[in-house]
Design a protein around this ligand. Structure first.
Ligand SMILES: NC(=O)c1ccc[n+]([C@@H]2O[C@H](COP(=O)([O-])OP(=O)(O)OC[C@H]3O[C@@H](n4cnc5c(N)ncnc54)[C@H](O)[C@@H]3O)[C@@H](O)[C@H]2O)c1
Length: 396
C-alpha cells in the first residue's frame, strides 16, 4: 500500500476546523493528518487536543513533518507561508483570498485610501511570487475555493459542457451579517473587505465556468479582461442606525461591493457581496446561457424546511452558517460541508497530489481572481469606470 500523504494545517480556528472535517472524509487516497500550528499557542493546543494530533510550535517544524501544508491562517500570511512551504519542497493548499496587498511595512497604512494602482500591481506581483516558487519546486498548489467544488456549481459545469452552451451573463452573490474573524476588517491582515473576503467566492466560480466553457469549445479558457466596481462603507455611514444585528467593527474596509466583469468574448458577470444581510449566509450564482439557465443555490437550500416554535429547543442543533436565530421557519443544512463543496474539494486536492495532476481549482484561476479583485478596487477608486485587468500568460 502507498505511503500516506502527510498533511499539516496552519491556523487553528474556523477554516482549520472545516478543512479538518473535509480532509477526514477523503477516501481511496491514504492520508495522515499529522498536526497543526498557529500563531496562538492556546488555539493550536486546543485544536491538537480535540483532534488527537500534534501541535507544532513553529511553522518550520510542521513543514518538516508533512508532505502538504494546508494554509488556513489570515490572508496576509498566505504568500510568505506558501512560498516558504514550496521552497521546502511541500505541496500547498491556500485558502481564499489566495493573496493580495496588505501594506505590510507602511506605518499608518489605511487600506481604503491607499492608492489602488499600487495595490493592484503588488497583489499581482504577490501571485507571481507564489507561481514562481511553485514552478521552481514542481509541487502542487491547490487554491482552496470551495465554490468550485460545490455540487451545484459542478452540476452546472456538466450542463454547460454537455449542452455546448455559451454563457452570456452570470450574476451571483455571497453575503452575510459580518465575519467572525478578528483579523477581518483591518486591511493589513485581510487585504480588503467584502470584495476580497466574500466576493472572491462567486467571482472565482464565474471565472471558472467561463474557463470551462472555453476549454470545452476549443481548448482555450475564456478569461476576464475588464472590471468596473463600486464599494461602500454602509455600517460606517454617519446616519447608519445600529440595531445590534450586524457586525460594525471594520477599520478601513468596505462592507458592500458590486463588481461587473467583462470576459474576452464580450460576455459579462455581475457579483455582489455585502456584510449587511441577515438570515444566514446568502450564497448563490445564476448562469444565463444561450441554451439554458441555471440557478445554483449554495445557501440556503431547501432540502429541509423546519418550523421551531421556541429558540431553546434547537440549542444543540446546527441549522446553517450565521443563521442568527433558530426560531420560526428555517432551512437546516442537511450536510453543509458537502453542499458548500468542502468534501469534494479535499478529495480532489488529495487525488491531484497523489496522481500528480492539476486540481480543478488551480493557481491560474487564483491569479485571475486576485487580478480581477484588485482591478475592481482600482475601478472603485475611479468612481466605477471600466479598467483593464492585467493580462497574465497561461503558460506557467
Ligand atoms: N472558504 C471559506 O468558506 C472560508 C471561510 C472562512 C475563512 N476562510 C479563509 O480562511 C482563512 C482563515 O480564516 P478563519 O476564519 O479561520 O480565521 P480565524 O481568525 O478564525 O483563525 C485564524 C487562525 O490563524 C492563526 N494565525 C494568525 N496569523 C498566523 C500566522 N502568521 N501564522 C500561523 N497562524 C496564524 C490564528 O492563531 C488562528 O488560529 C482566511 O484566509 C479566510 O479568508 C475561508
Amino acid at each position: 500500500m502507498a505511503e500516506p500523504i502527510r498533511v499539516g494545517i496552519v491556523g487553528a480556528q474556523f477554516a482549520a476546523r472545516f478543512h479538518w472535517e473535509g480532509l477526514s472524509r477523503v477516501y481511496k487516497v491514504p492520508i495522515q493528518l499529522v498536526g497543526v500550528t498557529s500563531r496562538s499557542a492556546a488555539s493550536r493546543e486546543k485544536f491538537a487536543q480535540d483532534k488527537g494530533v500534534r501541535a507544532f510550535d513553529t511553522f518550520e517544524q510542521l513543514c518538516d513533518a508533512v508532505d502538504v501544508v494546508d494554509i488556513c491562517s489570515p490572508p496576509s500570511s498566505h504568500e510568505p507561508l506558501a512560498v516558504q512551504a514550496l521552497e521546502r519542497g511541500k505541496h500547498v493548499i491556500v485558502e481564499k483570498p489566495f493573496t493580495g496587498y496588505y501594506g505590510a511595512d507602511i506605518s499608518g497604512f489605511c487600506g481604503n485610501t491607499f492608492p489602488k494602482e499600487e495595490m493592484l500591481r503588488e497583489a499581482v506581483a504577490s501571485c507571481n511570487r507564489i507561481l514562481t516558487a511553485a514552478k521552481a519546486s514542481g509541487k502542487t498548489v491547490c487554491y482552496a475555493e470551495n465554490w468550485i467544488y460545490a455540487p451545484a456549481i459542478q452540476k452546472e459545469r456538466e450542463i454547460l459542457v454537455k449542452s455546448g452552451g455559451q454563457i452570456l451573463w452570470i450574476i451571483g452573490e455571497e453575503s452575510h451579517s459580518g465575519s467572525h474573524s478578528p483579523y477581518y476588517g483591518s486591511w493589513k491582515s485581510s487585504g480588503g473587505g467584502s470584495l476580497v473576503g466574500k466576493g472572491c467566492h462567486p467571482l472565482s466560480a464565474a471565472l471558472y465556468l467561463k474557463r470551462v466553457e472555453g476549454e470545452a469549445r476549443n481548448g482555450v479558457p475564456i478569461r476576464p479582461v475588464t472590471a468596473s466596481a463600486r464599494t461602500h462603507e454602509i455600517t460606517r455611514l454617519k446616519d447608519f442606525r445600529d440595531e445590534g444585528f450586524l457586525r460594525t467593527s471594520y477599520e478601513d474596509v468596505e462592507d458592500f461591493v458590486q463588481i461587473h466583469i467583462k470576459f474576452s468574448d464580450g460576455t459579462v458577470a455581475d457579483i455582489f457581496s455585502t456584510e449587511l444581510v441577515l438570515g444566514g449566509v446568502h450564497n448563490w450564482l445564476e448562469v444565463v446561457s444561450n441554451n439554458h439557465r441555471t440557478r445554483c443555490n449554495l445557501s440556503p437550500v431547501n432540502a429541509l424546511e423546519t418550523f421551531n416554535p421556541k429558540e431553546d429547543l434547537f440549542r444543540d442543533v446546527y441549522v446553517s452558517e450565521k443563521i442568527g436565530t433558530k426560531q420560526g421557519w428555517s432551512n437546516p443544512s442537511a450536510d453543509e460541508n458537502w453542499h458548500h463543496g468542502y468534501v469534494h474539494e479535499f478529495q480532489d486536492f488529495m487525488e491531484s497530489i497523489q496522481d500528480r495532476r492539476k486540481p480543478l481549482s488551480t493557481i491560474e484561476l487564483a491569479r485571475d481572481t486576485v487580478a480581477a479583485l484588485y482591478t475592481g478596487y482600482l475601478s472603485a477608486e475611479r468612481g466605477g469606470i471600466e479598467v483593464d485587468i492585467p493580462a497574465a500568460s497561461e503558460d506557467l
